[in-house]
Design a protein around this ligand. Sequence first.
Ligand SMILES: [Zn+2]
Length: 68
Amino acid sequence: MGSVERIVPCPVCKKPAEPRSRNTTFPFCSDRCRRIDLGRWFGEEYRVPSPPAEGEEQPPAPDDASER
Ligand SMILES: [Zn+2]
């Protein structure tokens, strides 16, 4: 395989994006496209309510208050 840098199309505007080594906004072609994609994701999250995952970081039940 080697270290062949492939040119991938920008997922936003479909223009060829520079490889990661030369492009800090990879896999996008530019910072503008990166923001567009980011905004797209945030828009989706606002519309789709995600229930809190179980076993994530839940505060312990304050049942020791009944000891007093
Ligand atoms: Zn682009």
